[in-house]
Structure formats: structure tokens, C-alpha cells
Design a protein around this ligand. Structure first.
Ligand code: FE
Length: 216
């Protein structure tokens, strides 16, 4: 495709374009670290780009596949709870080496809800980037002081008989909630179940969807 206004050579060094851009402190620091990692042979620019692209390509559907598998395969669920890294690798997912994953299994009596009170730690390798509200100061504080109120805003009115456990993520340990399988889904296939598992249900602020009566 010819583009008369844009026919310059694209083999030039794109970093050169940053020379006349005023970078902030964090951007400069990030670039300096990238240069060092590359120079020392610890992480090449190509590898870094690869990791960034994997992260950017993940969506909550990836986490939903893990949940749906756990709902339908008891052996997988046990492996997921005991050794999340190996278990998700069975489905082709690689977790970053520097961070552990904790899988929190909801039961009839216990409901988990995840927050990062300090910043925005999130299992991006399985869910993609966190929603803006997850990073907000309001969520980070209210998840601790009023988790049931937060859940009600997301449409989940939990019985007082259910214990709520709010789990605080860190950069070293991020959490994925394994929510309860909705009732009335006994005959559904794993692929159908995937569609019921929402992002918010894997953070624990709401429940998975229930199957539409018309489709059953
Ligand atoms: Fe954080």
C-alpha cells in the first residue's frame, strides 16, 4: 500500500524518536533498567517484548478456562489448589517466575474477595490487565472496611452465614478466586461453563453468571 506522506525507511531505530520527548522519572528509570538487563544478557529486548505481548493478549476468558476445568475435573482442581503454577501450565499458561499464584476455593461457607491494598497487584498472566476500579483508592480501602457493601454494589448480596475472607495481594503472591459452580449447570460442557465465569467472579466481588433458563 503506497502512502506518499509516509514513505520513509522503517528500518531506522525507533528509540531515536524518544530523544525529543520529555520522559518522566518512571519512564526514564524503566528504560534504563531495560538497557541494563539487555546489556547484561539477563533479558533481551526481544524477550521483554514477548512477555509484554503475552500479558497484553490475556483476557478473563483465560482465567475462566482454568475455573471451568477445575469445576469439571476434580483431579485438576486438586492440582490447581496445591501447585497452581504446574496446573495452569497443563492448559498452556505460564506464570511469571517472580510471582506466586494462590488459588482461593470458595465453598458454601466461605467467600473470598481479592484486593491489593498497596497498589494494583493482579494475576495479569491469567486475567489480563486489571479493571480501573480495582486500582482505585476507593476499592482498595472499602474492600477491607466494607467488603459486603462492595459486593452488593456488584450485585452480590451474601448471606451473613457465609464468612468473607478478604485477601491482600502482593507483587510476590497474587490470587485467583475459584468461585462456586452455579447450580443448574450439571449438564453443561466445559466450554459452556467458561462463558459463565466472569472476571469479577475471579476477583470475588461477584458470583459467576447463572445459566439462562431459555437455553436449557
Ligand atoms: Fe499491588
Amino acid at each position: 500500500m503506497a502512502d506518499g506522506d509516509h514513505d520513509h525507511d522503517h528500518d531506522h531505530d525507533h528509540e531515536g524518536m524518544l530523544e525529543d520527548v520529555e520522559l518522566g522519572y518512571h519512564a526514564k528509570r524503566s528504560l534504563a533498567m531495560q538497557e541494563l538487563l539487555d546489556e547484561k544478557g539477563l533479558l533481551s529486548k526481544a524477550d521483554l517484548q514477548h512477555h509484554v505481548e503475552i500479558r497484553a493478549s490475556r483476557t478473563p476468558t483465560d482465567g475462566a478456562r482454568i475455573v471451568a476445568r477445575a469445576w469439571t475435573d476434580e483431579g485438576f482442581k486438586q492440582r490447581l489448589l496445591q501447585d497452581p503454577r504446574s496446573a495452569v501450565a497443563e492448559l498452556g499458561y505460564t506464570l511469571p517466575p517472580e510471582s506466586q499464584l494462590g488459588v482461593l476455593e470458595d465453598t458454601a461457607d466461605v467467600h473470598h474477595m481479592v484486593v491489593c491494598t498497596l497498589c494494583s497487584c493482579y494475576p495479569s498472566a491469567l486475567l489480563g490487565l486489571p479493571p480501573d476500579w480495582y486500582k482505585s483508592l476507593s476499592y482498595r480501602s472499602r474492600a477491607v472496611t466494607d467488603p459486603r457493601g462492595v459486593m452488593r454494589e456488584f450485585g452480590l448480596d451474601l448471606s451473613e452465614n457465609v464468612e468473607v475472607r478478604v485477601m491482600d495481594s502482593t507483587a510476590d503472591l497474587r490470587y485467583l478466586v475459584l468461585p462456586n459452580r452455579p447450580e443448574g449447570t450439571e449438564d453443561m460442557s466445559e466450554d459452556e461453563l467458561v462463558k459463565l465465569v466472569t472476571r469479577d467472579s475471579m476477583i470475588g466481588v461477584s458470583s459467576p453468571l447463572t445459566p439462562a433458563p431459555a437455553s436449557r
